[in-house]
Ligand binder design. Structure first.
Ligand SMILES: NC(=O)c1ccc[n+]([C@@H]2O[C@H](COP(=O)([O-])OP(=O)(O)OC[C@H]3O[C@@H](n4cnc5c(N)ncnc54)[C@H](OP(=O)(O)O)[C@@H]3O)[C@@H](O)[C@H]2O)c1
Length: 358
């Protein structure tokens, strides 16, 4: 029998790194809902508001239940990882820094990501109890240049070969990080890995944190004042579906040592804007009507945005990638809700938190 064919099931103990973040919090919730005992890493245990909301996200997993605990760990430091991993059956490694504008890519992105892999896999090896690791990679590790694959439908065999320390450094750091994880398990007989490569993650958060730029994009449109529509297509997925894919991967033996993409075919920004505009007359009035040609946008925006954001825009502007998710559907029953629901729920979250008026 394949020693890797090990199923993780409740009430096993699972460590979630980055459990306070947008995606990690949904992974923590879904695991608790299914009956797992969850440990989550935080960077500062003294900052209780950053993580104590997680005691309220799942019935029967409050502070007194003992089913949820927190460990202070920093990706770039060895401290704390052995305690966090001890007696765990599985690790879901979500933690990471998303920064398109890092001034020192090696120090700010690449080193923390690679040191995180080394520290986590090192602790896992020492503990000897962990059988499954699921890692949040990114579509950025699949490709960052849609032109290269103009007539190509992406699947999990594709790898980003274009990025470098000076070109789309965030995408490069995610690619190096995922490759380092695969290298660790390549020689292991009983530790299995699944990586999930999400597109842009949207949807509601479980806390009050406005968080990552994707929700800010919706926010900016809803606030009004965006002068023009870019010829941009967003490869997006819902945070709830993405978290569910992580949990399904953890529990499936079909997912052992596999890589999965988690995103819809890219959605034109114009369709997203129309979807938001249909939510209320006020929103409709705020949506940009004009669309500038890609050439003009690229010439114009370079004066206003950072180099990293410009590089990212240049790789994607005017391109509309599609994805083949046959394997994902068959092996981890990946279901992506309609993107319109995700966009509307993102907007509703912003309304409910008093950030925009409908
Ligand atoms: N959001 C997207 O559109 C998207 C798309 C593709 C892939 N991803 C990947 O998904 C993962 C999570 O993204 P997210 O949107 O949930 O981001 P997020 O909301 O910013 O959350 C990031 C989490 O990682 C933790 N973290 C960051 N740097 C760390 C470090 N140096 N040491 C320890 N913990 C650290 C944060 O802890 P604190 O609470 O201490 O801040 C937080 O819990 C990342 O790996 C990202 O690359 C995201």
């Amino acid at each position: 029998m394949n020693a890797k064919a090990f199923a993780v099931a409740p009430p096993d103990v699972v460590l979630v790194t980055g459990g306070t973040g947008f995606l990690g919090q949904w992974v923590v919730k879904l695991l608790l809902d299914r009956g797992y005992t969850v440990r989550a890493t935080v960077r500062d245990l003294k900052n209780t508001p950053r993580y104590e909301f997680l005691y309220t996200v799942s019935a029967g997993a409050d502070k007194a239940s003992g089913r949820l605990s927190f460990h202070q760990c920093e990706l770039a430091s060895e401290a704390g990882w052995d305690d966090a991993v001890r007696d765990c059956r599985a690790v879901v490694h979500v933690a990471g820094t998303i920064n398109l504008d890092a001034t020192d890519a090696r120090k700010d992105l690449i080193e923390p990501a690679l040191m995180g892999v080394r520290n986590i896999f090192g602790a896992v090896t020492r503990a000897g109890t962990v059988k499954r690791i699921v890692v949040t990679s990114s579509f950025a590790a699949v490709s960052d240049d849609f032109a290269e694959f103009a007539s190509h439908t992406y699947d999990a065999n594709d790898w980003n070969t274009k990025s470098s320390e000076t070109f789309n450094a965030y995408a490069y750091s995610k690619t190096l990080e995922e490759k380092a994880c695969w290298e660790y398990v390549r020689h292991s007989n009983d530790l299995s890995l699944t990586t999930i490569c999400p597109g842009s993650i949207l949807g509601p958060a479980l806390n009050d944190d406005m968080g990552y730029v994707n929700r800010e994009t919706v926010f900016r449109f809803l606030k009004g004042g965006v002068p023009t529509l870019l010829d941009l297509n967003l490869s997006l997925c819902d945070v709830r579906d993405c978290a569910a894919a992580h949990v399904a991967a953890l529990e499936s033996v079909d997912s052992i040592d596999k890589r999965y993409i988690c995103t819809h075919d890219a959605v034109p920004l114009k369709d997203i804007v129309d979807c938001l505009g249909a939510m209320s007359p006020r929103f409709k009035r705020r949506m940009p009507a004009r669309k500038l040609p890609t050439r003009v946008v690229l010439w114009w925006v370079r004066f206003f945005i950072s180099r990293g954001t410009f590089q990212n825009l240049k790789s994607t502007l005017g391109k509309r990638p599609g994805f083949n998710l046959v394997k994902e559907r068959a092996e981890i029953a990946m279901e992506l809700r309609p993107w319109e629901e995700t966009v509307r729920d993102t907007a509703q979250w912003l309304i409910d938190h008093g950030l925009v008026k409908s």
